[in-house]
Ligand binder design. Sequence first.
Ligand SMILES: C[S@@+](CC[C@H](N)C(=O)[O-])C[C@H]1O[C@@H](n2cnc3c(N)ncnc32)[C@H](O)[C@@H]1O
Length: 349
Amino acid sequence: MTNIETPGTGQPGVDVKQLHDIARGYVKTALLRTALELRLFDPLADGQRTASELAAHTDVHPRGMRILLDALAAIGLLHARGGGRYALPRGGEHLLVSTSPRFFGGAVRLGASDWEWDAQKHLIDAVRHGGTVAATHALTPEFDYWEEFATSTSWFNNGAAELMTEQLLPWAAERDSVDVLDIACSHGSYGFTFAKAEPRATITGLDWPNVLEITRRHAERLGLADRFRTISGDMFKTPLGGPYDLVMLTNVLHHFSQEEATELLRHAATAVKPGGRIAVVGHTTDEDDTPHTNPLPYMFSVIMLVQTHEGETHSVDTYKRMLTDAGFVNPTDHRSEAAMHRLFLADRA
Ligand SMILES: C[S@@+](CC[C@H](N)C(=O)[O-])C[C@H]1O[C@@H](n2cnc3c(N)ncnc32)[C@H](O)[C@@H]1O
């Protein structure tokens, strides 16, 4: 979303078009969700099509299809060509077509899910209360939302998982063993990306039991089942086993206040060998970020507000402080063009 500057003031302004757009933002969500559910973009991978061809292909009413297609073109998700034909927008062949390795459908299934939307309907209550008021939320044991997350969302972690692997390989090469604990592992992408590159690595994934069923299937698909073990239960309380050379804690500390996140890091530290390492990944804000210059982490905090009691995006400094408060030393932060999230590494003294 762009803020329009009020001329001469340098301050962001607001106008009627922008307000209409925000008020009906949910229509865009519904359009994208519907088009993906119909697999509407797939036949366009082979070339332009008319509304009636697409209606027949997807078995929907021609009038419904005509209105859907024009609306998708209106929001930039299709290219309306002459002669009533429609084509994919630039990049659509990668992100919108279900056979592409970068297909974004899984992320939409989660981000545009009833779970997320139902939670946002109660934003006002979460704002009043300072956290979720829902009976079921991200911290609820075995929340079925996390099954969809483990199923759908792995590839957009690829950038950060590859960055982590790249940073850790030279360190791992110096060690006699490379036993890894991936806490709140979900899809397992971080551990599995590392294990693919470091053949000596063994991965222990911790999560709720319903999620671990999905993680195990990913391990089998990747040919890593013989190097993958699981621990099911509450990551704050369950004995972690080990000790491990490396503990991963990715995209999870933002579910908690700084105090709770530090407590979790302390628990993790008990499972790290002396001289071992922790790798943490998360959305962050930088010291000079503002909601205007870097909107994403501030918008992400709204998801945490409705889904958790005290979670939000933490700053880079906060991550480093939490790591040192939990007994780790030499925290460093890393990012790359491809990584949506920041990587932190720290050592166990
Ligand atoms: C946002 S996902 C992070 C997944 C993955 N590490 C990543 O980087 O994408 C959070 C995961 O934490 C798990 N989880 C949440 N609370 C938990 C708890 N108390 N004990 C164990 N797992 C938990 C959820 O089931 C989910 O798989």
